[in-house]
Design a protein around this ligand. Sequence first.
Ligand code: DQA
Length: 153
Amino acid sequence: MTATTDRGTLLILNGPNLNLLGTREPGIYGSSSLADVEELATAAAARHGFAARCVQSNHEGVLLDAIHAARGTAVGIVINAGAYTHTSVALADALSGVALPAVEVHISNVHKREGFRHHSYLSPVVDAVIVGAGIHGYELAVDQLAHLLPQPS
Ligand code: DQA
């Protein structure tokens, strides 16, 4: 089957340590790898007629550059900023700056965990937040972007 991608491209952005998925604290993050996550999100995007561009970086500046590059090249953003969620005013400013529909994802339920994970700098500037749904959260995030973005005519 050839999926059409005429609704544009979604940026699927993963931050620090998410490259370790599958081996990192599997009791919290599960056994799926980053490649599994990217495949899942790409398939969900394709079902809705979007292409997906997947980027992972452990460096805040690279994540900022990817968000900036999304302006004009992508129509929406799914972001799991990892620990930068709880520290980065710069990522919040970048998301506000590009003004694209965006959904924040956390694999674990951050609200059941340490207090420092309960605050997100990103939540006030995104359209929706999905926490604790495991890697299925990426699929839910893509579904929500598909709902927010203009339907094909
Ligand atoms: C995470 C939650 C963050 O608190 C943590 O620093 C991560 C992963 C999650 O997907 O559950 O790296 O964003």
